[in-house]
Design a protein around this ligand. Structure first.
Ligand code: NAP
Length: 470
């Protein structure tokens, strides 16, 4: 595919291969964009902002609704694109397409709820004759940068609210998975989006990232990705808004008063969804001691049933990791934990990019996997005496995106809700739960700000105060 700049499909002599991570076969190529392409896209986005801020809200709504309709018509092609350029199985990819359609639909709905409010100016002495209000106006040009693991829906989470709010956007999708983003861009253009409003520049973050992040015409960087890149971007961005959706190593607490079978089923799915390449994937499970063995044995038995293989086969439960380099890193981390005393209960091996779903126990605090983000199909089980101990250990990391607790005791649930340092807590569900309209984001190194359409819209618009002196 070509990249989209101001509605034109632009090619370049230099290309980047898009490969299927399962067998490294060539899926397509995209142009290797350079800093000058980003600059050109920003120049067009300046006009795009003028166009979108003046576009009546009902027109933005109808473009977004039509986009959702086109996505529905192209459903299977979008799902195959996700499952061919990326790691997800076709079943996981279909779920992502459904969610992305929902994200764009909710963006259309939220566009009519960008409300302000009246301000009680006369509450201040001397302002008795003032009346007024604030309304929200678009922030300007948004630079969006997205990761590989949800290559369609995480792009929809930036484009939908940005367009609904009256902004223009320059998007840089992940280099390994640019096709899903380009196809969403195509849907938006086909739905009648004025072409100056959206550009999608393909290229390496290391080569074109700075041109986007440091440009003063960009008023907000909306980034989803790893902590390392997030910190680098935050340092370089200068005086502009930043939204950061970063990583985590999500903890789940399993208490002896819960339904163990339900907890096992939910945690296995949460640990291995998208090959564990999931910012809210289950990584650490703290299990109360008197049910530890029972939970562990059921968990391992269920994990062993997982079928790893080709993403497009309907019966594959878990596809390949995104690159062989990533698969090798995951095995290195498992070996690091083993050398430090961890026991592999199942998995721990790989063939090319296929890493077997892996369950560890006795993981010591010195192991990387204990406190960093594995971003692979590996989960560690820990035996704990009390809820208090589990919460303390859950919090003993630099991340805090989602946490979860399985319990049928309300007091235990509320203790965890109050004391777990996270952006969202699931009760009787794994950390891998999200609907697209909820406020989503983390504390500590898991991020800054919130997404989830309405909340992204707040970040992507600003209040303007209007005051009449009567
Ligand atoms: P990544 O390596 O940080 O890359 C994310 C995006 O940033 C890519 O488009 C990448 O471009 C770009 N990039 C990298 N360095 C850059 C720089 N210096 N300047 C500008 N852009 C730069 O992350 P990933 O491996 O794709 O995704 C995995 C990470 O994303 C995990 O940590 C995961 O937890 C996190 N994530 C968070 C959420 C959330 O909502 N909280 C959701 C999904 C994923 P290239 O592709 O060209 O390198």
């Amino acid at each position: 595919m070509k990249m989209i700049i101001g509605g034109n499909w632009i090619d370049k002599e230099e290309k980047i291969d898009v490969r299927n991570p399962y067998d490294n076969s060539l899926v397509d190529t995209v142009p290797r964009g350079r800093a000058e392409d980003v600059k050109h896209a920003i120049e067009i986005a300046v006009k795009g902002y003028e166009i979108n801020r003046n576009l009546p809200v009902h027109e933005r709504i109808s473009i977004l609704k039509k986009t959702a309709k086109l996505m529905q018509e192209r459903f299977e092609d979008l799902a195959k694109t996700i499952a061919t350029e990326g790691s997800k199985t076709i079943r996981e990819a279909r779920k992502e397409v459904g969610r992305a359609i929902n994200t764009i639909t909710i963006s259309a709905e939220e566009a009519r709820r960008i409300n302000g409010e009246t301000i009680p100016f006369d509450s201040a002495e001397g302002s008795e004759n003032r009346v007024g209000y604030y309304y929200r106006f678009p922030i300007g040009i948004i630079g969006a940068i997205t990761p590989f693991n949800d290559p369609l829906n995480l792009v929809a989470h930036k484009l939908g609210p940005a367009i609904a709010g009256g902004n223009s956007i320059v998007l840089k999708p992940a280099t390994v998975t640019p096709l899903s983003a380009l196809k969403l861009g195509e849907c938006l253009l086909d739905a009648g989006l004025p072409p100056e409003i959206l550009s999608i520049v393909t290229g390496y973050g290391s080569e074109i990232g700075d041109a986007l992040v440091t440009d003063e015409r960009i008023r907000m960087i909306s980034f989803t990705g790893g902590v390392e890149a997030g910190e680098e971007i935050a340092k370089k961005a200068g005086l502009k808004k930043i939204g950061m959706e970063l990583g985590s190593n999500s903890p789940v607490i399993v208490l002896d008063d819960c339904n163990i079978d339900e907890a096992v089923e939910s945690c296995v799915s949460g640990a291995f969804w998208a090959v564990g390449q999931n910012c809210i994937g289950v990584q650490r499970i703290y299990i109360q001691k008197n049910i530890y063995e029972s939970f562990r044995d059921k968990f391992v038995e269920r994990t062993k049933k997982y079928k790893t293989g080709y993403q497009l086969d309907e019966d594959t439960d878990m596809g390949p990791m995104i690159t062989e380099k990533e698969a090798i890193r995951v095995i290195d981390w498992i070996n690091d934990a083993k050398e430090k005393g961890a026991v592999v209960l199942t998995g721990g091996t790989r063939q090319g990019t296929l890493v077997q779903p892996t369950v560890l126990e006795n993981v010591p605090p010195e192991a990387k996997i204990d406190c960093q983000e594995i971003f692979g199909p590996v989960v560690s089980l820990y035996k704990v005496d009390t809820l208090e101990e589990a919460v303390k250990k859950s919090n003993a990391v630099n991340y805090g995106l989602h946490g979860a607790i399985f319990t049928n005791n309300l007091n235990n649930a509320f203790y965890a809700i109050k004391n777990m340092d996270v952006g969202g807590i699931m009760v009787n569900d794994s950390t891998d739960y999200r609907v697209d309209l909820m406020p989503f984001g983390g504390v500590k190194k898991s991020g800054l700000g919130r997404e989830g359409i309405r909340y992204a819209l707040e970040e992507m618009t600003e209040p303007k105060v209007v005051c009449f002196n009567l």
